[in-house]
Design a protein around this ligand. Structure first.
Ligand code: 3PY
Ligand code: MG
Length: 252
């Protein structure tokens, strides 16, 4: 865990990350070596469960920030993942104030929430228990995803929920909820993202977004999104392999 990811996030520092979906500690190490500020470890759309996520966090150490997307907005899974000691969590599909409140409740120790107390890696297996209990609410980032038309409709109220550090837009699920599945550049998707962006900026809420490439995220960086996640391991590997194969095919 890094001590300063949350303060950088709240400060609006640019944080460039990439999405890790392969359950490979080597891939995590490679992306650390590539110099990303943060790694988005996907517990939602990957085979990774808590055991593998633990290994990923151990491989990353404090050389990059590690943010885990939990598979759902569920207090049992949120506490299990937080006990592994990530720098923060991303909660998918937060579409209402009630869901945002539930996410914060599960992620924060009392009095802000009702996160259960364990003695996992987060607290150095109990050796740093008191210190972790005293500081976790301030150190661990809670990031919710706006990725459904319902979230767009409710965003003005969602951003008022205390304890949310950033809103991370999921353009793909958003496109599906708008009936234009996968068309992340469709005008309706772009308009929905603009609406979320404007509401967040009006209240100084930090913003993030995913895109498959630097071109995909560039317009949003220009609009002030600071928590940027570009590319994903499988596509990076696949594209590099395909390019190499094509170059060689042209020679033979
Ligand atoms: C989406 O585009 O739906 C995402 O969740 C990206 O992380
Ligand atoms: Mg999504």
């Amino acid at each position: 865990m890094q001590n300063n990811f949350r303060s950088k996030l709240l400060n609006g520092d640019p944080l460039i990350g990439t999405l890790i979906t392969l359950p490979s500690t080597e891939v995590a190490e490679i992306m650390v070596a590539a110099g990303f500020d943060w790694l988005f470890i996907d517990g939602e759309h990957s085979p990774m469960g808590p055991d593998r996520i633990l290994a990923m966090l151990q491989a990353i150490g404090d050389r990059a920030a590690a943010i885990v997307r939990v598979p759902g907005n569920d207090e049992i899974i949120i506490k299990k993942i937080l006990d592994l000691g990530p720098d923060g969590i991303i909660i998918p599909q937060v579409n209402s104030v009630e869901q945002a409140q539930a996410a914060v409740r599960a992620a924060k120790y009392p009095p802000q929430g009702n996160r259960g107390i364990g003695s996992g890696r987060a607290s150095c297996y109990g050796f740093e228990q008191q210190d972790y209990l005293a500081t976790a609410n301030e150190k661990v980032s809670v990031i919710i995803q706006a990725e459904h038309v319902d979230a767009v409709e409710n965003i003005k109220d969602i951003v008022q929920v205390q304890g949310i550090d950033a809103v991370f837009i999921g353009p793909y699920d958003l496109s599906a909820s708008l009936g234009v599945t996968g068309q992340v550049d469709h005008p309706e998707v772009v308009a929905a993202i603009k609406q979320v962006t404007e509401v967040c900026q009006a209240v100084d809420m930090r913003l993030g977004i995913f895109g498959v490439s630097s071109d995909a995220v560039k317009p949003y960086i220009e609009q002030g999104h600071t928590l940027v996640c570009a590319g994903l391991d499988v596509l990076l590997l696949g594209h590099a392999g395909e390019c190499l194969r094509k170059e060689l095919s042209n020679l033979v």
